[in-house]
Design a protein around this ligand. Sequence first.
Ligand code: SPD
Length: 388
Amino acid sequence: MKKQVLALAIAAMLLAACGKKEEPVVAVPAPVAEAPAAAPAAPVNTEEKVLNIYNWADYIPEGMIAAFEQESGIKVNYNTFENNEALHAKLVAGNSGYDIVVPTAGFAKKQIEGDLYQAIDPSKIPNYKNLNPDFMAKIAGVDPENKHLVPWAWGFTTVGINKGKVEKALGDMPMPENAWDLVFDPKYSSKLKSCGIAYLDSPSEILPIALHYVGKPPYSSDPADFKLAGDMLGKVRKDIRLFSSTMIDDIAGGKACAFVGWSGDINIAADRVKENGSKDVIVPLLPTGGGLVFIDTMAIPKDAAHPNNAHLFMDFYLRAENAASMANEMNYPTGNVAALDLIKPEIKGNSTIFLDAENTARLIPTGGFTNEVSGVLNDTYNAFKRGK
Ligand code: SPD
């Protein structure tokens, strides 16, 4: 009781010292206009915690999916495809069930035109800022305003060789100036037949380089050009040992000594051969006669059930450290500028991964065939493969 009296006395003294009189309590409405505006609530992600990804084989560092799952609580179902044609068939059939797919930009052009993808929302991908604007401008050539495609990695299709075996098979014949001669000119292919030639198994991989080799536009829509490329391919058909969708295993397993493959995969096979203690040396040849550039990209199918989770994964993948680990482990360059400082010197310094300016200038730019030409494209390839 004494304490309460003391507290009241102190309060009275303080009020008096401030010259204030006690006012009767009147309910005054708060000045509404001056109240600070409430920050907009972050949208709640109500999607089930699942993400279905469809990507190329051997294209993601070990542990990356597990790290995303652990951080996000989202369960990832990760499947792989062998070529753009297989992915395309799934998308066209509809209800693929995938939330992220990884088409090659040039090939995705017709999928974008066919309205198979939903628009990306960069505001949900804070790490989008890490992407190189020049690189994005290249993709905009097939995806206007970069509405649908987010880069995964890029590389080039070239000729790889098992150096010792090829030199032995060629004997006195020097290596050609143009690496494509090894697999497209019967003068060389007839010699390499003994140790084996492998081609990627896909019309959209082989025809652009064959068209370029015969001096025609790599993404021609003229049937006469395809006839010329088909005739050239027909002359080497008897020397081709296999059409491969598992090139890394086939190269490392010694199934061929010369191969049409992807730069990063040839480098992965080369590393694997070394790790296995073999004396064989596998090398991707520099694209002196023009390597075919590809830019693989993430896209969200129109009917994806988990687009928010897809955006979350895209943001995760675009973190500098994740994009760098893809380059470090899978041997493919990235369009992520923030990642560059984190790429190992031996990868940055490998001239068959990060090409110098001279070889970059020789690359065949990214592009795509129109839907109209797909009949002649597939017919030319299938006739070649069947040996007809
Ligand atoms: N191991 C992953 C290889 C990915 C290659 N994508 C290439 C597309 C070329 N058209």
